[in-house]
Ligand binder design. Structure first.
Ligand code: PLP
Length: 425
């Protein structure tokens, strides 16, 4: 057992295992009685206290939550029995803003309290994680962020979101692939000399401070549903666009805390190792393939072990709570087009998978909520190709494109990367 501070600062345990909360607190029945009258922030503060309340004074924890959630998370009805939870109204227009902002504020709390020296955050990105982490940590004292990304392999909008920030954010443009970037980050964590000189941590969804806050909005979705539905919904099903399974795992935690969610659907693109596991009981990670829903192009989901742990490795219990569906690029694109045409709702490729999975999996008597994890404008090229017309780009997203890009270009070489880290720290 380790302290919360250690779990957050280290990210991964020394044996490369994932940290789990020692116990999962239940929320009281009075919490559920009052849930429809609570703001998103108040509700999230209650949930956060049951995870982190013993490690951080309530006033400080409430402030961390309040600072994290400075944007709306609306629940919108799209058709009879189907709702969408729009998680893309944060600063980088994707759901990762929630976890990244929360983690930044929690790390900063430990640094300010002098429980922790300055920290360097390393993050390898294929696009979306880098922008959420960079913006989440922007200007946060005591923390410097290095974003490694594959040169020429992220979209212009994504690149602008982490290369134009300055301050404590350093962008490293690697002449290589995303896997090369990830290998450099892993090598840095293994390098003794670097670890003596710098406090290195990772900001991907293995970090408890990044993935647990994602449970907040499942409670919020349920509260909004109670408010909006004419009759109280009996069976609520969440459909979650899934890659590394962090978002889904956070939903399973919410259920374990007493959220009346009946079951979950994991929505995949062609990268569907988790679906195979649910069907066969065998887990066989494999290399990822590229799709239009590229934030879910994951062949070895890093939070899979957390799901196993949560269910004591009981495959049947896991398969009772979760079912999974997978869609190829053609199906995803067709759906973006038809949903826009028929019900005038604009999906991004990830949300489109979750919508499709709900349409396929929802049974009579169930109410479905699918999570829209990114703003369609973040995947402008795909979406415009589907619609055959231009879409509106939010001003705040456009604004990133106007700013000056600053990166350090590096060849894919660990010693050069190490030198750069030390020089730029
Ligand atoms: C990261 C991401 C996902 C996948 O979430 P996981 O927690 O890794 O399963 C889905 N959609 C978008 C837009 C993302 O950025």
């Amino acid at each position: 057992m380790v302290s919360l501070r250690e779990a957050v600062v280290k990210g991964l345990a020394p044996d490369r295992g994932l940290y789990m909360p020692e116990t999962i607190g239940q929320l009281s029945s009075s919490f559920y009685d009052g849930i429809t009258g609570m703001s998103l922030t108040t509700l999230a503060q209650h949930v956060a206290r049951s995870f982190f309340g013993e490690d951080i004074p309530q006033k400080e924890l409430d402030a961390i939550v309040g600072d994290t959630l400075n944007f709306d998370i609306p629940l919108v009805k799209v058709e009879e029995g189907i709702y969408v939870l729009e998680l893309f109204h944060g600063p980088t227009f994707a759901f990762k803003d929630v976890g990244a902002r929360f983690m930044a504020r929690m790390l900063s709390y430990f640094v300010k309290k002098k429980q922790q020296e300055d920290v360097k955050v390393l993050v390898a990105t294929s696009g979306d994680t880098g922008s959420a982490v960079a913006n989440g940590f922007l200007g946060v004292e005591g923390i410097q962020v290095f974003v490694l990304y594959p040169s020429g392999k992220v979209s212009d909008i994504q690149e602008a979101q982490f290369t134009t920030l300055g301050q404590n954010i350093v962008a490293l443009e690697i002449d290589g692939t995303f896997d090369d970037c990830q290998a450099l980050v892993k090598a840095a964590f293994m390098d003794e000399e670097l670890n003596i000189q710098l406090n290195l941590t990772s900001a991907n969804s293995i970090n408890v401070a990044r993935f647990l806050p994602q449970s907040f909005y499942y409670f919020h979705a349920y509260a909004q549903l109670l408010k909006q539905a004419q009759a109280p919904p009996e069976k609520v099903v969440f459909s979650v666009p899934s890659g590394n399974l962090g978002n889904l795992t956070a939903g399973l935690f919410a259920k374990r805390m007493g959220l009346p969610a009946d079951r979950f659907i994991a929505a995949h693109n062609r990268n569907d190792v988790f679906r195979d596991y649910l069907q066969t009981g065998k887990y066989s990670p494999r290399a990822s393939v590229q799709t239009v829903a590229n934030a879910m192009d994951v062949g070895a989901p890093s939070n899979f072990d957390r799901i196993l742990d949560l269910y004591d490795h009981d495959h049947q219990a896991i398969a009772n709570d979760i079912s999974a569906y997978r869609y190829d690029d053609g199906e995803i694109k067709k759906t973006i087009r038809s949903v826009h045409q028929n019900i005038n709702y604009l999906l991004d490729p990830h949300g489109a998978c979750a919508y499709l999975a709900l349409k396929e999996g929802l049974q009579t008597g169930e109410t479905g909520i699918f999570l829209a994890t990114a703003h369609p404008a973040k995947f402008r090229e795909t979406v415009e190709e589907c619609l055959g017309e231009q879409i509106r780009i939010p001003e705040a997203l456009e604004a990133f494109m106007q700013r000056k890009k600053e990166t350090h270009t590096l060849s894919n070489d660990f010693n050069l990367f190490k030198k750069a880290l030390i020089n730029l720290s």
